[in-house]
Design a protein around this ligand. Structure first.
Ligand SMILES: [Zn+2]
Length: 135
């Protein structure tokens, strides 16, 4: 199962890549479109700065290309192979999926991107966990 301490946990839930204690995003809901990519500057638990360097997250665009293709392939397989729709409908399904999941794709790729550079830190999580329990 997916739990704290696994990279997948940070990627799927968009939490701090180092301590997995809180969301990196100002608004947890990716479908508040004005706040899709608004991130906190740093983690309030472990003080990790998310923006490692200026325009760090531009790199996530490469990842979003791969993530987008994964979603498109999934949409195609589901509509064409499983639901047995025509190629035209499958194509429409791909476009609709990419548009509909855009906020999720954007966040997933940012989460994957930052997790390429940072890893879960048990000690940091423990320390910050104590601190947050006191608050
Ligand atoms: Zn943190």
């Amino acid at each position: 199962m997916i739990r704290k301490g696994m990279k997948l946990y940070s990627i799927l839930f968009g939490v701090c890549p180092k301590c997995h204690q809180e969301s990196m995003y100002q608004n947890k809901n990716p479908y508040v479109l004005s706040e899709v990519i608004k991130m906190k500057e740093s983690c309030s638990h472990c003080q990790t700065k998310y923006q490692i360097e200026p325009s760090f997250f531009y790199g996530s665009m490469y990842v979003s290309y791969a993530v987008g293709i994964a979603f498109a392939v999934a949409a195609f397989i589901i509509s064409y192979n499983i639901l047995g729709s025509s190629l035209t409908v499958a194509f429409i399904a791909i476009v609709a999926t990419l548009i509909g999941f855009m906020p999720i794709i954007m966040r997933l790729s940012r989460n994957i991107w930052i997790n390429l550079f940072m890893s879960y830190d048990k000690e940091l999580a423990k320390k910050s966990g104590v601190k947050s329990a006191k608050q």
